[in-house]
Design a protein around this ligand. Structure first.
Ligand code: NAD
Ligand code: ZN
Length: 363
C-alpha cells in the first residue's frame, strides 16, 4: 500500500506493509539517497532492540555508512539537551549536507529526529520509519519540534520527509496501551472527515486492538490519507488544518493537569473528543452524537470519562493557557455529525466549563 502526500515539489510517498525494514536499503536506493555521506539513525531504547539491527544490516548491505543516536524512551527526549546530544553525534559522525537522518520509532523520535534533520546545516534529508500507531499522525504533515521546559512543541520547523516506511510488523511489540492511544488519532481522522471510516473503525475495533495486519494496514492507510488530504490543502495551518485538533484543546489541558505520562496523549484526546461531541450536541449537532462517539472510543479501548481526581478549574486554567479565551469565548473544533466538523470561533466559556464537569459523569 502507498499513500501519496501531495505537497507540490515537497510531495512524498508513505509505504505501508509488513517486513519493510528488512528492505530499508533498497528503499533508500530507490530514492537516490547518497552513499558518499553518512546516514544518522535516531531511535529510542525500546525500539532499538530489535529493529535497529534490522535497519542497520539492510543499509550496510546496500553500501551505506551508518551513525547511530539511541535516546531514552518517552517525551523527555524531545528536549533541548537530548537535541544537543543528537547533534553532537551528527557532527562527530561527519554528517554533511548530503547526509540523511532516519527516525526509527514513535512520534517522539520522529519529532526529535525531524527537527535535527530540519536544522542540521540548515536542513538535510529526512526519512521516517514509524513504529507506533500514533506515528501515522505525526509522519504526515512535516511538523517537527522539541519541547521547551515551559511549553510543548515550542521549538520546531516544517520539514517534509523524503518518504515514510511504515513497517506494520513492528506494531506487534508496541504495548497495548500505546496501540489503543494511537487508535484515538485514527478514529479522529474518521470523525473529522469520513463517517464511513469512523464506523469502519468501530466495526473492526477488535482486529485493530489485536493489531491484525490487514485491519491495521487499512486503518493506517486511511488515517494517513485523510491527514494527507487536509494537510495538502493547508500545509501551513491557516484554517482547514485546525480540524485535526478535534479533542485536542480539552485533551492537552487534561494531559497537563494529570501530569504527562499519567494519561497519555491518545487517552486525553479521547476524553477531549467526547467533550467536543458534548459541545457539538449542545450547539445543535446531530442527536446521538455523544453516545456514538463514546461507543466508538470505548470499543477501541479508550477512556471517555474524566478521572474524578482532576480539578475542573485547573483544566479550565490550562486550557486558557493553551488557547486564550477572548471575551468569554474561544475557538473549538465542533462536531456537527459523525464525520463532519466545523471551526467555531465563538464557543462560550461557561458552556465549555459545564462540558468539562459533565465529562466526569459515569455513563
Ligand atoms: P513515543 O514515540 O513515545 O512512543 C510511545 C512508547 O512506545 C515509547 O515508550 C516508545 O519507546 C515505545 N515504542 C514505540 N514503538 C514501539 C514498538 N514498535 N515496540 C515497542 N515499543 C515501542 O510516542 P508516540 O505516541 O508514538 O508519539 C507521541 C509524540 O508524537 C508526542 O511527542 C507528540 O507531540 C508527537 N506528535 C507529533 C505530531 C506531528 O504532527 N509532528 C502529531 C501527533 C503527535
Ligand atoms: Zn494528537
Amino acid at each position: 500500500r502507498t499513500v501519496d502526500v501531495q505537497l507540490g515539489e515537497r510531495s512524498y510517498p508513505i509505504y505501508i506493509g509488513e517486513d519493510l525494514l528488512q528492505q530499508a536499503g533498497t528503499y533508500l536506493d530507490n530514492h537516490r539517497i547518497s552513499k558518499q555521506s553518512p546516514i544518522l539513525i535516531v531511535t529510542d531504547e525500546h525500539v532499538a532492540d530489535p529493529y535497529f539491527a534490522i535497519v542497520e544490516q539492510s543499509l550496510t548491505a546496500s553500501g551505506f555508512t551508518v551513525v547511530t543516536a539511541i535516546v531514552g524512551a518517552g517525551e523527555q527526549s524531545k528536549s533541548m539537551s537530548v537535541f544537543e546530544e543528537v547533534m553532537t553525534k551528527a557532527i562527530q559522525g561527519g554528517l554533511d549536507r548530503k547526509s540523511t537522518v532516519i527516525a526509527l520509532g514513535g512520534g517522539v523520535v520522529g519529532d526529535l529526529a525531524g527537527f535535527v534533520a530540519g536544522s542540521y546545516m540548515r536542513g538535510i534529508r529526512f526519512i521516517q520509519m514509524p513504529t507506533s500507531v500514533l506515528a501515522h499522525d505525526s509522519s504526515v504533515g512535516g511538523k517537527v519540534a522539541i519541547n521547551h521546559r515551559l511549553a510543548k512543541n515550542m521549538i520546531g520547523v516544517f520539514h517534509q520527509p523524503e518518504f515514510v516506511l511504515y513497517d506494520l510488523t513492528t506494531l506487534q511489540t508496541l504495548p497495548k496501551r500505546e496501540v489503543y492511544a494511537g487508535l484515538a488519532e485514527m478514529v479522529k481522522h474518521g470523525l473529522i472527515w469520513d463517517k464511513e471510516f469512523a464506523y469502519w473503525c468501530l466495526e473492526h475495533a477488535d482486529e485493530l486492538k489485536s493489531v491484525d495486519m490487514t485491519a491495521m494496514g487499512y486503518g493506517l492507510e486511511k488515517g494517513c490519507s485523510i491527514k494527507a488530504i487536509v494537510v495538502s490543502r493547508d500545509e501551513r495551518e491557516n484554517d482547514l488544518r485546525a480540524i485535526l485538533n478535534l479533542g485536542h484543546t480539552i485533551g492537552h489541558a487534561i494531559e497537563a493537569v494529570a501530569g504527562y505520562g499519567e494519561i497519555i496523549h491518545g487517552e486525553a484526546i479521547s476524553i477531549g473528543m467526547v467533550g467536543s461531541a458534548l459541545i457539538g450536541e449542545q450547539l445543535g449537532g446531530e442527536p446521538g452524537l455523544v453516545d456514538t462517539t463514546r461507543h466508538m472510543l470505548t470499543a477501541l479501548g479508550l477512556p471517555t470519562v474524566l478521572p474524578q481526581r482532576l480539578d475542573v478549574d485547573q483544566i479550565m486554567e490550562a486550557m486558557m493557557h493553551d488557547k486564550k479565551f477572548q471575551e468569554g469565548s474561544m475557538t473549538f473544533v465542533v462536531p456537527k455529525s459523525i464525520g463532519v466538523v466545523e471551526i467555531n470561533h465563538n464557543v462560550d466559556y461557561d458552556l465549555v466549563r459545564r462540558v468539562v464537569e459533565q465529562l466526569k459523569e459515569e455513563v
